[in-house]
Design a protein around this ligand. Structure first.
Ligand SMILES: [Cu+2]
Length: 296
């Protein structure tokens, strides 16, 4: 693979998967409408995110499907935030993971692709959000995107119930190697409840960005090719700065699904995954894992 292309896409990977420098912009969408969408009838976990970390996580809980409510810090207290649920590889402790991220904030941690991700809720400053997540038996930790605070460890006991409550989504985004499929309904202007379902064999997430209205998939194909070749797009062609980050739908491992609120204006959107491929190390988007959709 072309080295320049990798260098060029790295900041996008970092922004989307590791929640560092550019995540602020990604979280900036207004989500005031989210409270109206909140489902009922699920067991709840209520978390608060502060500079010192996440509080409110029970030390143990029974396996099952949960509504995770997240309250963020007051505006200005800390950067973009949220609650990401993960199971680190056995030889990595929460402290090690935190130390790694602090020591090398620009790098993807070596254990990133070996971590089991159960999804999460991400939010901008001073807001509240939620996610419906499945917590399977085992040792977990919950941390901010990504590892910006020391993760809080907890244990999930028992077995997953055979019947899980319907999360009530109006649309499903299915993630595969390598593609993003919007089905079982449509993303609409206004409030959505989106189930993100990883039906593939690798870790995936969804970067939702807005494009100038009417942008075509072919135009994005051209920009992707320019990333690969390292040749900047010609004047008049779609440029990288045409993308406005809207949301990051948190990492989910194979077989994992999460359900999240997503509020969109009418327009044209780019959905992509930037997780590096296990074999080629190319971001999945560069292998075709993106789509362009119109939302009305
Ligand atoms: Cu992916």
């Amino acid at each position: 693979m072309n080295t320049r292309a990798r260098v060029k896409v790295l900041p996008m990977i970092m922004a989307a998967s590791l929640g560092l420098a550019n995540l602020d912009k990604m979280m900036a969408q207004e989500r005031h409408a989210r409270a109206n969408l909140q489902p009922t009838g699920l067991e709840e976990i209520n978390l608060t995110v502060e500079e010192a970390g996440i509080t409110g996580m029970p030390e143990t809980l029974a396996a099952g499907r949960y509504l995770v409510n997240v309250t963020g810090p007051e505006p200005g207290e800390m950067g973009p935030s949220g609650a990401i649920f993960a199971q680190l590889p056995e030889d990595i402790t929460a402290q090690q993971a935190y130390d790694d991220v602090l020591a090398n904030p620009e790098d993807i941690p070596s254990w990133y692709l070996d971590t089991h991700f159960g999804g999460g809720a991400t939010l901008s400053q001073g807001t509240e959000t939620w996610a419906i997540l499945d917590l399977t038996p085992g040792k977990w930790l919950v941390t901010t995107p990504f590892g910006a605070t020391l993760g809080v460890e907890f244990e999930v006991t028992g077995e997953m119930p055979a019947d899980l409550p319907d999360p009530g989504a109006n649309v499903t985004i299915t993630l595969l190697e390598f593609g993003i499929k919007v089905g079982d309904g449509a993303l609409v202007a206004g409030d959505n409840v989106v189930t993100v379902d990883n039906g593939g064999a690798q870790l995936h997430f969804v970067d939702v960005s807005m494009l100038p209205a009417g942008t075509t998939k072919e135009q994005v194909d051209g920009l992707m090719e320019s990333f690969m070749s390292g040749t900047p797009p010609a004047e008049g062609e779609l440029q990288e700065d045409a993308f406005t980050p809207v949301a990051y739908l948190a990492d989910v491992s194979p077989g994992v699904s999460e359900t999240l609120p997503l509020t969109l204006e009418a327009g044209t959107y780019f959905l992509a995954c930037w997780v590096p491929d296990l074999a080629s190390e190319l971001p999945h988007a560069m292998m075709g894992m993106y789509d362009v959709i119109d939302v009305e």
